[in-house]
Design a protein around this ligand. Sequence first.
Ligand code: ZN
Length: 70
Amino acid sequence: MIFFCEDCGTRNSLTDEYIKQGIVEFRCKSCNYLNSYPLPGTERQSKLEIPPPKKGTKPLTNKKLSKSTK
Ligand SMILES: [Zn+2]
């Protein structure tokens, strides 16, 4: 993954080893600044709560659609 140094903006190509629990921590290869910040764009992806569809309960069939209009 590519991360940018917060200090100088240099691109740093990092492996997953630098990523821990949503936090990326690495030392910039250019300026040696120690970056430590949450992964961009992943703050709300850690918990995707999608309730599974309940089986056994049939969804209501839309009978209005079956009304013949011709
Ligand atoms: Zn830097």
